[in-house]
Design a protein. Structure first.
Length: 85
């Protein structure tokens, strides 16, 4: 899956995560640190499986849970029209 930002979206790193600003409607969305790292991996061309593998640590949830969380994140960002497939 190749993911890219919609042209009207700006990203701002906050140190605690990332804020996504939609210039179309002035809405902003705050991503926590894990979601911000996930988004960066996907925007860099990683697949869901590759991103999940990078996010997986010794104390993290099962691989399948990470994949489900990534799918949910991507679905939410697509629904908000912040990313394009």
């Amino acid at each position: 899956m190749t993911l890219r930002l919609a042209p009207h979206v700006n990203l701002v790193d906050t140190g605690e995560g990332t804020v996504m600003l939609s210039e179309n409607d002035g809405r902003y969305f705050q991503l926590n640190r894990t979601a911000a790292i996930s988004l960066k991996l996907l925007l860099d061309g990683k697949t869901l499986a590759e991103a999940a593998d990078r996010l997986r640590g010794s104390a993290s949830p099962a691989f399948e849970e990470i994949i489900a969380d990534l799918e949910h994140l991507v679905g939410s960002l697509r629904e908000a029209k912040l990313v394009l497939p």
